[in-house]
Design a binder for this molecule. Sequence first.
Ligand code: HEC
Length: 423
Amino acid sequence: MSARKIAVKFATVMFGSLVSIFFGGLAQLAGQQNSAPPKAVTYSRDVAPILYKNCVICHRPNNIAPMSLMTYKETRPWARLIREAVVQRKMPPWHADPKVGEFLNDPRLSDVDVATIDAWARTGAREGDPKDLQSPPVFSEDWHIKPDSVLTIPEFTVSGASQDEYEYIYVPTNFTEDKWVQAAEVLPGDKRVVHHATVSVVTADRGGVPGSMAGYVNIVPGIYLPGHLAETRPAGYALRIPAGSYLQFQVHYSNHTSEDVKDRTSIGLVFAKEPVQHEIAQYEIWNDLFLIPPNDDNHRVTSCFTLPKDVIVLAYTGHMHFRGKSMRTEAIYPDGRREVIMDVPHYDFRWQETYFLKKQFVMPKGTKLVTTAYFDNSVSNPQNPDPTKAIRWGEPSDEEMMGFWLQFADPKPVDEKAAVANK
Ligand code: HEC
């Protein structure tokens, strides 16, 4: 390596630590002397806080990630792969293009944190002084909300070493009146095997037949992704679960232990205690009329939807299966202005992310939402179950779906009578 290159790298690291000192507050700065030589990056002082904050929610014992990164001893052997994963931004998992939109649940590391890990792994991945180590985070294995109602799936056995198994499990709510949900949390029964879970409402008045799309309704009360805890709505915003509905749990199991593991995943619901002003709902915009030819590595499918009313936009979700490659949605406003609102350049079915907007905004009636998705039905897609098959729409994961979901709140207040807060 040339001296110049080293100098540039060194400058980056220095800049990195300066920025973190700056943000770390004046207290830290007070003890720092301008002439002090740069200290080597160590696990104890520099890297552990980053891992504690961003990684160990999944990378700890008995959780979904394949290895724990809680201690130096556990982390050291992974240094090279950790560096690669953070520099290439494969970890923490996040699939939206950072240039498009600002999202509440964006877990990406700052450039400074990436530079710190990079420097650490390249300079021997040293432990440093264990006295520098801050105390590790403590996680609650229990609810982060106080649920008024808990609905749980019947016990499900995930056989040893089974990869990527998707189960659809239906649970009756037995609600005899409509319920307004202000917060929801999905609690995995056994975190070693629940990769993620989403819960949707299946209403009785739409056929309500568990197991069929006929009664599927476009409301998602909760999602579990490791690291994504309770979903709490601002006061006055709630979503309605009609009396008699079923809940559909879609659970992605992945068992990297060698034993059978039993799971009972639950959803906890907090009902609105104050009158509901804005009902939360979701448009699920699908194209179900496509045919993806065998061995096609870049098949385009599009959809278009015109908003029938003004909506307050809350979140976006792109939904495809194993062959899904990318998805991009553009809004064409009634005044002709165009804006890309969601861009997922490297879609991964195993991470069902919903992108919650930092700033809600009103999208006017008449806005066109144009979604363009690409599918990879070739051998170069490692997740492809069968590149020799022509693929159409289908619910099982080895068939395909193409959907863009817009979660919104109705700007118009809910009918007073309907919105009597439930007890
Ligand atoms: C939301 C959960 C989650 C978070 C947060 C997370 N990981 Fe992971 N990580 C996983 C899972 C699960 C895997 C296994 C591979 C997969 O499913 O993509 C994994 C795999 C890895 C791997 C192995 C990659 C390989 O190529 O084999 C590394 C290294 C890694 N993570 C490092 C990190 C680091 C460093 C962070 C924090 C900056 C982090 N992860 C944050 C869940 C997570």
